[in-house]
Design a protein around this ligand. Structure first.
Ligand code: GLN
Length: 192
């Protein structure tokens, strides 16, 4: 099985390491030709505006959109979730719009408000230790999107989805590639 990591900006190398640990043929993806060879794709964390602008420059927006909307399994983490989403609560930025959610960028605060938490995830027996770095949360979620994990707003009461699935699309606002736990990448392989 061949899985690509979109390698325009962000921590794609960590995803490739995790995927290789799972025995997958994992490659860096920067062209639509490379995209066509894949069974699945990871869109890493980083800076969603940089990923979006570079995807435009590399002419990848339409190929990504059509591959994902015709069923290519994809896992977006953090900035990857933002790039997949329909919109953000902030100013417009390049997005694929394939995942029916509205995200709030940097929702937990600035870099110094980055944190780790143990999350209950639907379908997993043990909790997931999740690393949140200038993470977004989901503000609005479409009816076809399933929430797999949520976090309660710090100092508040409202809970926000941080791990969702819409058919072939998985997205987390945290970084599963930064821990030893490979279950979320394994879920992507199952979808593939
Ligand atoms: N704050 C970044 C953004 O809005 C995402 C951070 C991350 O991917 N760790 O794009």
């Amino acid at each position: 099985m061949r899985i690509g990591a979109l390698a325009l900006q962000g921590d794609f190398r960590e995803h490739l390491l995790t995927l290789r640990r799972l025995g997958v043929d994992a490659i860096e993806v920067r062209t639509s030709e490379e995209l066509e060879t894949l069974d699945g794709l990871v869109i890493p964390g980083g800076e969603s505006t940089a990923i979006g602008r570079l995807a435009r420059i590399y002419d990848l927006i339409d190929p990504l959109r059509s591959a994902i909307s015709t069923g290519l399994p994809v896992l977006g983490t953090c900035a990857g979730l933002i790039f997949l989403a329909a919109a953000t609560t902030g100013p417009e930025q390049p997005q694929l719009g394939v995942l029916d959610v509205v995200v709030e960028r940097n929702a937990f605060g600035r870099q110094v408000d980055s944190f780790e938490a143990d999350l209950d995830v639907a379908g997993f027996t043990d909790r997931v230790h999740a690393v949140f770095i200038r993470a977004p949360w989901i503000n609005k979620i479409g009816s076809t999107v399933e929430t797999l994990a949520s976090v309660v707003e710090p100092g508040g009461e409202e809970s926000h989805p941080v791990f969702v699935r819409q058919g072939n699309i998985l997205a987390t606002s945290f970084h599963p590639e930064l821990t030893e736990d490979t279950r979320i990448h394994e879920l992507l392989l199952e979808v593939c």
